[in-house]
Design a binder for this molecule. Structure first.
Ligand code: ATP
Ligand code: MG
Length: 754
């Protein structure tokens, strides 16, 4: 798994490679060393990805170590949360979980050694005196008068500190280094302090606890760590790290510390202290509240481990601190789910529609997945005289450019018929309570001969058969981009919808746990509160980034030119021409509104798309390629500056359509076309990229993967069917992305179930 391309290597991997090459170490051994004083957050995920990722990449090892030297804040519930997070992200730690507290005896002995060498002393000055005597950046510090104590006196005092004879803060063990060092951390740093409290693991066995600077380097050394990777704020502590190991003569195959930049994300807080405050003050519902940036929160919200790994990978490893836009994380979950989850119909704010000319009932067959998702499966959607649509999807007096149901305008019910409104029924307050409509029997989706033109298709559910569900819609927890504290909390970060409705198959068939509710976003069956009797779904993320736009929409809209269109519940301004395109793309070509919006609003993109479409009638797959890959290229270039043409893109997609190549290879091919301008077919032939669909070729690869993973096979056979995805992924990887996902999927299932 060694990374081959040198461009994609980060500075930490470069260091590791050099150290392996020079023979400094035979094997890389990293560790992830959290303090169990809070739940891990996305910043920890970054550190987990780096430490475990490097070990994986270079066939090394990575320990999971609880850095538990502070008895007042640590707890086993945090230990469990940390183990959970690492496992959920898909990593295995080496051997048992390690605890710095398991090394308290050894650490104590090292301290004794330093005292005996005259390199450490017990200081009995007050905390305040110690601070005052440390000096400033421009002024040297003053060594404590207690530094002159004899070795014997130091040993005796340290022993008595250990036995619990002194109050907290009365004595402290310090290293004797240099009170005038430029690096202030080196001015006789603290090694041990008195804490007369119970430790969650060692109970009352100890009354002194080692400081980070003393314990960390030594524990690294004792565990055989080679690369001790930490965040930038420890840069100045590196000198102590080195001093302790060198002074004690622990230089053979010793570890070295390397620092990288902390991850920060906007619109949230990350420090465990601040997260703890949110939890303790009841601002959120526990550590796994889906609005928190904790791993437990993301997990509960429905994020996938893959999306978090991709995110961490994508932001890279930097040497300078910076802030990452939360939209990037949201993009990565959307991107992952887009290729994976079933599409279903749900109505969040139901409005009743009675179809006066329909009698009886029927079941409409509808696929769960769009064409470009390599998965198969379908369900039956019940349909009868009474249905519900989204309240938003009907307007009695619509503004111009409203494309859904109105008294004058028909609309398609997704996967079903076109309906026309006959009558609007209101209650005494004038609120619309029901629509009477008629359906057009010859307009059924897929066999429409009605000739009726509609401008959009909307979601709906059958009144009798739909299930009631609770939907929890989350917004950002803070309204401020760089929140200071509780005062910046977004008061509307949670909206609970009690009476949403969903098509029954979602509950009865459970094709998945995560879904795209069409036109609404991605949702996840809440892992704690969901039951079939009282289903609860969490909104994972919307279909597009709405935050930036929303704030713009808050400003007064100029009434003059642009019209507005609703995309996923959000108002977006469009010109008339753009609107016409958007309309055509969504209703005729069946593009999702996000993609349609991207294309319609960019003249370069839409003309490129139309040109490709003229070559190949594969609107959805073409649109995806144009709105993503091609869009990226057209950001800074004109069409005639591109090395590839619309015709070539059509050829590329044709190869995907007829299963010559996989989606993944298509993306690689595209990158090649961008660079060389060569014809896709020629590249496929030259490089032998033809997709492997032949079971005879694929089966042995599957056998090999199965043989390599006996544990997972056992878990799968014991009922953990989620591991199917693991095996499919491994096989696809082994074919370098050339395996036909559909064939691999089926074959893996078959072989595993034998
Ligand atoms: P916090 O300040 O959020 O409480 P911490 O640094 O005190 O975090 P630890 O439990 O000591 O948390 O950290 C465990 C490991 O995770 C350390 O190696 C630390 O450097 C790393 N880490 C913590 N926060 C981040 C972050 N935001 N980005 C990258 N790595 C982080
Ligand atoms: Mg810390």
């Amino acid at each position: 798994m060694q990374k081959s391309s040198s461009e994609s290597k980060d500075f930490l991997r470069s260091i590791v490679e050099e150290d392996l090459k020079s023979g400094k170490y035979n094997e890389v051994h990293t560790r992830f060393p959290p303090e169990p004083n809070g739940f891990p957050h996305i910043g920890h995920a970054k550190s987990i990805c780096i430490n475990f990722g490097i070990a994986n990449d270079y066939n090394g090892l990575c320990n999971l170590r609880m850095d538990d030297t502070n008895p007042t804040t640590e707890d086993t519930q945090y230990v469990e949360a940390l183990k959970d997070a690492v496992e959920w992200l898909g990593f295995d730690w080496e051997g048992n979980v390690r605890y710095t507290s398991d090394k308290f005896d050894e650490l104590y002995n090292y301290a004794i050694e330093l005292i005996k060498m005259g390199k450490a002393y017990v200081d009995s000055a007050s905390e305040e005196e110690i601070r005052e005597n440390r000096g400033t950046v421009t002024e040297a510090g003053k060594r404590s008068k207690y530094a002159e104590r004899s070795v014997e006196e130091n040993l005796e005092l340290f022993e008595r500190m250990k036995r619990g004879e002194f109050k907290d803060g009365t004595h402290i063990l310090r290293a004797k280094i240099d009170m005038s060092a430029n690096n202030m951390k080196m001015r006789d740093p603290l090694l041990y302090r008195i804490r007369n409290v119970e430790h969650y693991r060692t109970g009352d066995a100890w009354h002194i606890y080692p400081m980070y600077d003393f314990a960390h380097c030594l524990t690294d050394y004792m565990e055989g760590i080679t690369h001790s990777i930490c965040t930038l704020e420890f840069e100045n502590n590196r000198a102590i790290y080195d001093w302790v190991l060198e002074t004690l003569g622990l230089t053979e195959k010793r570890p070295y510390q390397h620092e990288f930049a902390r991850l920060g994300i906007n619109y949230t807080v990350m420090s465990k202290r601040k997260l703890l405050e949110l939890v303790n003050e009841g601002k959120v519902n526990g550590w796994d509240d889906p609005r928190l940036p904790t791993i437990a929160g993301y997990k509960r919200r429905g994020y996938t481990p893959e999306s978090i790994l991709n995110f961490c990978d994508g932001i890279g490893i930097a040497k300078a601190n910076s802030m990452v836009d939360v939209a990037q994380l949201e993009f990565s979950i959307r991107d992952d789910l887009n290729t994976k989850v079933p599409r279903v119909l749900a109505v969040l704010d139901p409005l009743k529609v009675t179809i006066i000319n329909y009698e009886g009932s029927e079941e409409i067959d509808a696929p769960y997945y769009p064409h470009d998702v390599p998965k198969v499966g379908s369900r039956k959607i019940p349909f009868s005289k009474e249905i519900y649509i989204e309240r938003d999807d009907f307007m009695e007096n619509p503004p111009k450019g409203y494309f859904r149901l109105t008294p004058e305008q028909s609309v398609r019910l997704r996967h079903a018929y076109i309906i026309t409104c006959n009558e609007v029924i209101k209650d005494a307050d004038g609120k619309i309570v029901e629509i009477k409509a008629e359906y057009h029997a010859n307009s059924k989706s897929g066999e429409d001969t009605s000739g009726i033109k509609v401008k959009s298709a909307i979601q709906w559910v059958d009144a009798k058969e739909a299930r009631k569900v609770e939907v929890r819609v989350y917004d950002r927890l803070f309204k401020d981009e760089a929140p200071e504290g509780l005062e910046d909390i977004n008061p509307n970060s949670l909206q609970v919808i009690k009476d949403a409705l969903i098509e029954p198959a979602v509950i009865t068939e459970k094709p998945d746990e995560r879904f795209q509710f069409e036109r609404q976003g991605y949702f996840y069956a809440d892992p704690v509160d969901y039951t079939d009797e009282k289903p609860v779904f969490n909104k994972i993320v919307g279909l597009k980034d709405s935050w930036g736009k929303k704030t713009k929409a808050d400003k007064p809209v100029v009434k003059a030119q642009p019209k507005k269109v609703q995309i996923d519940g959000e108002v977006v301004a469009m010109t008339e021409a753009e609107q016409a395109l958007f309309d055509k793309y969504t209703s005729e070509l069946k593009l999702n509104s996000e993609v349609a919006n991207t294309l319609a609003r960019d003249a370069k993109l839409s003309s490129f798309y139309e040109e490709a479409l003229a070559e190949l009638n594969s609107p959805v797959v073409l649109a995806n390629m144009v709105s993503n890959e091609v869009a990226r290229e057209l950001k800074e270039k004109q069409i005639d500056e591109l090395k590839f043409s619309a015709k070539q893109i059509a050829e590329l997609i044709k190869m995907v359509d007829d299963a010559t190549i996989s989606n993944k290879i298509a993306k690689q091919l595209f990158e090649e076309m961008v660079k060389t301008g060569e014809n896709p077919k020629a590249i496929v032939e030259a490089k032998g990229l033809v997709q492997i669909s032949d079971p005879v070729v694929i089966a042995p690869i599957i056998d090999e993967i199965i043989a390599k993973n006996p544990d997972n096979v056992e878990k799968f056979k014991a009922g953990n069917t989620k591991l199917l995805g693991f095996f499919v992924g491994q096989v696809l990887k082994a074919t370098k992305g050339k395996g036909n996902p559909k064939v691999v999927n089926e074959l893996v299932g078959k072989i595993l179930n034998q």
